[in-house]
Write a protein that binds this ligand. Structure first.
Ligand code: F6P
Length: 545
């Protein structure tokens, strides 16, 4: 990442703060009344998705100033650097070329693209041979189930895609095990037959504790069931950049698919890390998924800033985070198949942008990386939407709304759509105290009761939301949606001045975890820890007795 000025040092930042202060208490209804074209003009189309950002505390002048800030930040040069393979992951001295994984041409990266094409061919071979039933296990039984063992980026993306594209599934069932809690593996294996199960050990580093521990347990499960050591190659595939560690585990090179240091884990679903979802949906659908992302890449690369969907979402993120004081962002997919989307986006955005120094190591004086959370609609309406509507915190929301359903139950789906539109509108319009008072009187309450309850019923409204629509959840639209959020994450990182492609903050916890495990295992080596940890370790020891 190029050395850059801090966001707050860019000229125009102060003016934007003043504009935000004015808009903080703006009425969205008035913004619509003053600007009859608002609903139409505050809508963007990109790669089959449509983004309606009209229900925001934002005006055309504020948008113009935000775009000027973008120009001064040098973001456009960084977008070019991303695609050109410049080492923008400066702390690890690497490019971040996940866009090449879904490209249909080399874009000047001949050698790397040849590796991508070769990896795609391997993925297709595995996906085809599993779906046509030609892969057999140690007893000669057809492989019917695949268990992906991985965590973080080696789990969340493939799991999301597999679940979201259920109507596209072929002949193989794919399952996911991530947690080092033995219950995760145990519960998954309960319904599976060792003779017909293949494990995909998905780990870029092949060093991740959870993945290695679960893989060893899976190996033992197969051996206990009667498979011999020499049969394991029929039941284990690895996706990794650490071939030696995979070989040490017992997975031969012929059963390894590649991963590269120029792809970050949370940006890797497009690579062989996505093998399990390619198996689940079949190669043709997986290619459509890649094509959807490539279409978003093209949009991102070539659209003017004012018409650029990922940039627009990033500007909204900055607007609320840095100018209007929101520390969180809620994502609400109104489609049950996308229920894993918030989990995926949590890693994408929070592992990328949860940083407190800029790319040059300078401490940042402003908020970065808001907390991202959410769940599938309509479930949240009956749990946390109360806080969205009447709580004291500002929670900008993204509603994701596929317009049709694969279920064939369009009448019921209409209810889902109505709920989504109603939530977005309700956040905006709210309910005044006077209105609440009148409604209570109409319901037959006394004047005194109506006056007492009206403040509880009143809702401030003017709470921002974006509505992202698509024809349906299909491989192409899903690819475009994930790439949209990837590029949004990149734009925000760059505007904050940070490197979104490293994750140094996860290291210390792993080191301390290793020390504590040694202590719990009665091994010598690490000295006494803090009193609280010592007491909790003693409590654990007592519980074992
Ligand atoms: O610990 C964090 C992390 O490194 C993530 O960035 C990554 O997606 C995950 O662990 C899994 O890593 P690996 O694929 O190397 O097992």
């Amino acid at each position: 990442m190029a050395a850059s000025a801090l966001l707050s040092e860019l000229s125009g930042y102060g003016e934007l703060q003043a504009l935000a202060d004015e808009l903080r208490s703006a009425s969205m209804a008035e913004l619509f009344a003053q600007d009859p074209q608002r609903a139409v003009d505050f809508t963007l189309r990109a790669a089959g998705l449509q983004l309606d950002f009209s229900k925001h505390l934002l005006t055309r002048p504020a948008m113009t100033q935000l775009l000027e800030l973008v120009e001064r930040s040098g973001l456009q040069m960084d977008v070019a650097a991303l695609f050109d393979g410049v080492h923008i992951n400066n702390t690890e001295d690497r490019p971040a070329l996940h866009t090449l994984l879904r490209a249909s041409g080399s874009h000047g990266h001949e050698e790397k693209f040849a590796q991508v094409v070769a990896a795609r061919a391997l993925m297709k071979q595995w996906a085809d041979s599993l779906n046509d039933g030609s892969r057999k296990g140690y007893s000669g039984a057809t492989i019917t189930d695949v268990v992906n063992i991985g965590i973080g980026g080696s789990d969340l993306g493939p799991r999301l895609v597999t679940e979201a594209l259920k109507p596209y599934h072929g002949n193989v069932s794919c399952h996911y095990v991530a947690n080092v809690d033995p219950a995760d593996l145990q519960d998954t294996l309960l319904d599976l037959d060792p003779e017909s199960t293949l494990f995909v050990v998905c780990s870029k580093s092949f060093r991740t504790e959870e993945t290695l521990t679960n893989s060893l347990a899976a190996r033992a499960w197969l051996l206990n069931a009667g498979a011999g050591e020499s049969d394991l190659d029929k039941h284990f595939v690895a996706v990794t950049s650490n071939l030696q560690a995979a070989a040490d585990f017992g997975i031969p090179a012929d059963n390894c698919l590649p991963m590269w240091d120029w792809v970050g884990g949370r940006y890797s679903v497009w690579s062989a890390i996505g093998l399990s979802c390619a198996i689940a949906v079949g190669w043709d659908s997986f290619e459509e998924f890649l094509d959807g992302a490539a279409a978003m890449d093209e949009h991102f690369r070539s659209s003017a800033p004012g018409e650029n969907a990922p940039l627009l979402l990033s500007l909204l993120e900055l607007w609320y985070c840095n100018f209007l004081g929101a520390g969180n962002h809620v994502v609400l997919p109104y489609d049950n198949s996308l229920r894993r989307l918030p989990d995926f986006l949590q890693q994408l955005t929070m592992e990328s942008n949860g940083k407190r120094v800029n790319a040059d190591g300078k401490p940042l004086s402003y908020t970065t990386g808001p907390v991202l959370w959410g769940s599938a609609g309509t479930m949240g309406q009956h749990s946390f939407h109360q806080l969205l509507h009447q709580g004291t915190q500002l929670c900008p929301a993204d509603f994701i709304l596929p317009l049709t359903t694969h279920t064939g139950m369009s009448g019921q789906h209409r209810r889902l759509v109505a709920n989504c539109l109603a939530q977005s509108r309700t956040l905006m319009v709210g309910r005044s105290r006077e209105d609440a008072h009148a409604v209570l009187l109409q319901r037959g309450l006394t004047e005194q009761e109506a006056r007492r309850l009206a403040p509880h019923m009143a809702m401030p409204g003017n709470r921002p939301s974006t509505v992202i629509t698509m024809a349906s959840v299909n491989p192409g639209s899903l690819g475009a949606l994930l790439a949209l959020y990837e590029h949004r994450t990149f734009c925000s990182a760059r505007l904050w001045g940070i490197n979104p492609f490293d994750q140094w903050g996860v290291e210390l916890g792993k080191e301390i975890g290793t020390q504590i495990l040694a202590r719990l295992s009665g091994e010598p080596g690490s000295g006494p820890m803090d009193p609280a940890t010592e007491r909790l370790m003693a409590e654990w020891r007592d519980a074992q007795a």
